[in-house]
Design a protein around this ligand. Sequence first.
Ligand SMILES: Cc1cc2nc3c(=O)[nH]c(=O)nc-3n(C[C@H](O)[C@H](O)[C@H](O)COP(=O)(O)OP(=O)(O)OC[C@H]3O[C@@H](n4cnc5c(N)ncnc54)[C@H](O)[C@@H]3O)c2cc1C
Length: 411
Amino acid sequence: MRVAIIGGGAAGMMTAYLLDPAHQVTVYEREAILGGNVRTLGRNVDSAAVPAGIYLDSGVIEFSPEHFPTLHRLFARLGVATRPVPSTTALITASGRHYLSAGKIAASSMPWPRRAAAFTRLLSLAPAQLRFRRRGARASEDQLHPTSVGEFLGPSRSPLHEWLRLLLVYGYSIPRAQIDAMPAALAVPVLMSFTGETSWTSVVGGTYRYVEAIIDNLQGEVITGAEIDGITRDPRGVELRLCGAEPRRFDALVIATPPAQVLSLLRDPSDAERRRFSAWGGNDAEAIIHSDSGMYRRRGIVDYSEFDLFARPPGYNAYLNRLSGLPPDHPVDYHFSYNLADEIDPAKILHVQRHRTPLYTVDSLATRPEIIATNGGDNTFYAGAWLGEGLHEGAITSALEVSRRLGGRLL
Ligand SMILES: Cc1cc2nc3c(=O)[nH]c(=O)nc-3n(C[C@H](O)[C@H](O)[C@H](O)COP(=O)(O)OP(=O)(O)OC[C@H]3O[C@@H](n4cnc5c(N)ncnc54)[C@H](O)[C@@H]3O)c2cc1C
């Protein structure tokens, strides 16, 4: 079969890898580079500001072997090396109170009295944490589906509730002001999984390394900078029009863009497709890669977590040195910040990365079961992290589902 894949992010490239041996695939990516939210300085993103041989992720950074087993099978199949990375977190409240996670306390070189004080502070959140976990474990899918994060967590009475909301800001790059409208059906299982005992990995040489490995193995065609004018479907297949080029015919179409893009691609959406996809909006996120530790200095913090969550302004800072496998004595501290632009000296900014992600709401998520149930109708398939938990395991399992239906490779 001739298969057109629209979108060269994680899901699109994984689908291409899985279908490639069985079918003739063509990937159409709108941007000049592949990867979508996978952006690695020194690989698909040039950065003269970072020395050669240092690869810094300005998008997707880390993966959990326990929760992302299919993805780790893909890495193994591609021969892509991963390394275990620490992934501790801390909350810095609006009043400057610093709550360290248990993992951070254990890893810290703080003297014992300070460590004991940090532990006591963390223990004060234990009752709220237990209540959250008990409610999360008891809630059925039917109860979670119509519920928003704001309704599930209630007002931020305990710093734990703010911590959980900011973990979602980190996980989905969605502004704090929109977190309460997120669907509990997506957020609660993710919070339950990732606030427990979990290990993490990052890709040696930066996340884009695995996309390079896919490209190295691909026989199909990849077209970047592709401006799609429109797609029509008929009983014999699919016709794709690219601006300024002759229309091309395919037997099947895989749309691996964020869901908010779907209606702008399809010239002939059915009423049901219109209804399903008009519920989805987009979210713009900006990541700043920099070497300014001033946000810590000003707050008297010397020991950074991998993911420090700031309540004011509501954002986070990821300490990239450990996540990128740099030695402890590396002379420069590299950081990845979200929504902390005012705290960063412009002279220390190495790169600004713009991302687009789906905006998850109770209404948009409610359309998903129907999209999954009708996936493949009219020779039109969908793949994307948004069909799963919104992270990389969702991208690979959605690609695998398309491959299973089209007789492609299985992992
Ligand atoms: C800052 C940030 C950090 C993240 N960190 C992690 C992390 O550490 N771990 C993790 O598991 N997940 C992380 N994620 C989540 C991430 O979004 C998913 O894991 C995954 O990368 C999404 O892949 P995707 O293919 O579904 O979508 P995308 O990566 O959005 O890919 C969609 C592609 O479609 C292209 N496209 C859109 N419209 C068109 C069009 N009209 N024509 C052609 N092409 C089009 C886009 O340019 C893009 O390349 C992070 C997200 C962000 C924004």
